[in-house]
Design a protein around this ligand. Structure first.
Ligand SMILES: CC(=O)N[C@H]1[C@@H](OP(=O)(O)OP(=O)(O)OC[C@H]2O[C@@H](n3ccc(=O)[nH]c3=O)[C@H](O)[C@@H]2O)O[C@H](CO)[C@@H](O)[C@@H]1O[C@H](C)C(=O)N[C@@H](C)C(=O)N[C@H](CCC(=O)O)C(=O)O
Ligand SMILES: Nc1ncnc2c1ncn2[C@@H]1O[C@H](COP(=O)(O)OP(=O)(O)OP(=O)(O)O)[C@@H](O)[C@H]1O
Ligand SMILES: N[C@H](CCC[C@H](N)C(=O)O)C(=O)O
Ligand SMILES: [Mg+2]
Length: 488
């Protein structure tokens, strides 16, 4: 077992009171999880301030407290460590506690508004196909080889993250691919992690509830690249307006991908259909199983990263052409008799919705109707609600506004906010149905043979969060059941 003194290596310490030469069984950021002997790190959060729970941590047997402000009451048998930034200290301490696992494998982080799960999952699938043992940290699930570890966040808290990376090292993983959310960067969940590479997909409207302004959101995303070491690569999407800005101050080796301009990894779409993409990638023609222009970007990012990690370009393209995408991302089903196409997609931002609908519009032969079922999550960015409804109405023939995860909000009120974004002349093609199952059922009943139904926003999610209770709900399952009833 390591001592507190060893675990504090590299942490910026203001003052230490008491003996830090004590064994540490576990680090905790939540006082409720403290067992006798543990170290409690008090972090200022969004809803509460961990400093308020120091007394609770002590009553549960914490033998050391790491904090920014020392409490007045300090029992003599407890070690108090004052630091300038406890979230940062937590990341570094967690990495030390678990023996710096990110230095023992190649860790690649993906950031951006859309595409993180897809890119990280494609990298995991690709490197597994190339016969490497790999780890994955994503919104959908975490994985160590074939073992699935349920995910609670897109990017876990610093202690869980380092524990997970340590398990990957123990299991012999050579690579780990992870999503780096803007919340995680801002909350220092990735502090202490050494990256072999960083990838930027794109940046658009999201999470303004948390970051307040778009500039602040960009600044936070950029911090990830600013922190990359010179040994790493920093791969950016040149077709995104902010692609260059992201890499401005990084020490890492800069590289780029693009479908439109000169770049290190240049692609061109030759064919885009429901059977996949045919692309020219650095002069080679390749068929991929993924659909849509946005996936052409994701594939280029993956190809670029794999090349930068030293893999053979031709082998990468060959393996990548057989790889499939992530669950709930342009997942589609075709009904037996009527040939109605049902698509489930995790598009929960205006931009993602626009991309998916543009893709569907490109793929349709002409006469088919597009029927979109979409909602917006509660307790999240409210400004995206009307915009998502507008995008859906402008790009579909029928729209059914419904609930996503209402969380603590009234679902009817969220739908009302969405309705305000629908241009008056498009109101007649819109319906509002609070019950998501009813909404999907209605979409199916409105469909004629070969029409396309898009159910957007929840993708792989297997529940609906209503007032803190997760009710089982699976878009794909419901859509499948309803489509099976067609023509009966
Ligand atoms: C808004 C947000 O990001 N919240 C995260 C944050 O919680 P918080 O700041 O609200 O914590 P808090 O409740 O204020 O408490 C502050 C501190 O006091 C501690 N505490 C609290 C109560 C107590 O009795 N004792 C105690 O010690 C807490 O453990 C915490 O350390 O820190 C917690 C610990 O790391 C996270 O679990 C929590 O994620 C919540 C559940 C969440 O929903 N986060 C979402 C928004 C999120 O992070 N999403 C991104 C993906 C977004 C995307 O790109 O799509 C993600 O990476 O998952
Ligand atoms: N490169 C991309 N550009 C724009 N939209 C994309 C891209 N890749 C995927 N999408 C769309 O965005 C949705 C979310 O994709 P994905 O889950 O890969 O992103 P994410 O960044 O992990 O999202 P989250 O922040 O919610 O975890 C997909 O369902 C798809 O509709
Ligand atoms: N990681 C995103 C997922 C949103 C998914 C959507 N279904 C919703 O619940 O809003 C978030 O927590 O904002
Ligand atoms: Mg994700």
């Amino acid at each position: 077992m390591k001592t507190l003194q060893e675990i504090l290596y590299n942490v910026h310490i203001v003052a230490v009171q008491g003996n830090n030469d004590i064994a540490v069984p576990a680090l905790r950021i939540d006082s409720r999880a403290i067992a006798p002997g543990d170290v409690f790190i008090a972090i200022k959060g969004v809803h509460a301030d961990g400093h308020q729970f120091i007394a609770k941590a002590l009553s549960q047997g914490a033998t050391a407290i790491v904090c920014e402000v020392l409490p007045d009451e300090r029992p003599a048998n407890v070690c108090f460590v004052q630091v300038s930034d406890s979230a940062l200290a937590c990341g570094i301490m967690a990495a030390n506690f678990y023996d710096n696992p990110s230095q023992k494998l190649q860790l690649v982080g993906v950031t951006g508004t859309n595409g993180k799960t897809t890119i990280a999952t494609l990298l995991f699938n690709l490197f597994t196909k190339l016969r490497f043992h790999c780890g994955l940290i994503s919104t959908v699930e975490n994985r160590i080889g074939n073992e699935i570890i349920p995910a609670t966040h897109t990017t876990p808290d610093a202690i869980s993250l380092q524990a997970l990376l340590a398990d990957m090292v123990d299991e012999g993983c050579a690579y780990a691919f992870m999503e780096v959310s803007s919340h995680a960067i801002h909350q220092q969940r990735i502090a202490g992690a050494k990256f072999a590479g960083g990838i930027f997909s794109n940046i658009t409207h999201d999470h303004l509830d948390y970051h307040k302004t778009f500039d602040e959101y960009i600044r936070v995303k950029k911090m990830f690249f600013d922190g990359l070491p010179s040994s790493a690569f920093a791969l950016t999407n040149l077709d995104d307006k902010r692609g260059n800005v992201m890499l401005q101050n990084t020490k890492a080796k800069k590289a780029s991908y693009s479908l439109r301009t000169m770049a290190d990894f240049k692609g061109k779409i030759l064919e885009n259909s429901l059977t996949g993409l045919i692309m020219q990638v650095n002069e080679k023609e390749v068929h991929f199983r993924l659909i849509g222009e946005f996936n052409a970007y994701n594939l280029l990012a993956v190809y670029g990263a794999a090349t930068l990690l030293g893999q053979d370009k031709d082998e990468v393209l060959q393996a990548l052409s057989a790889v499939t995408g992530a669950e709930g991302r342009f997942d589609y089903i075709v009904s037996d008799r009527e040939r109605v196409i049902g698509i489930v997609d995790y598009a929960h931002t205006p931009d993602a919705l626009l991309n998916v609908l543009a893709t569907i519009n490109n793929l349709r032969k002409g006469h088919e109707k597009i029927i979109t079922v979409v909602g917006a999550g509660g307790d999240r960015d409210t400004t995206k609600r009307p915009v998502m409804a507008q995008v859906a109405a402008e790009r579909s023939d029928r729209v059914i506004l419904t609930s996503d995860n209402p969380r603590s909000e009234d679902p009817g009120a969220i739908i009302k906010e969405m309705e305000t974004g629908i241009p008056v002349n498009l109101l007649r093609k819109t319906l509002s149905i609070v019950d998501r199952k009813e909404a999907i059922k209605t979409a199916v009943s409105l469909a004629n043979p070969e029409d396309i139904i898009l159910v957007a926003g929840k993708g792989h999610e297997k529940y609906q969060d209503i007032h803190g209770v997760k009710h089982p709900f699976d878009d794909k399952q419901v859509l499948k059941e309803m489509l099976a009833l067609l023509g009966k």
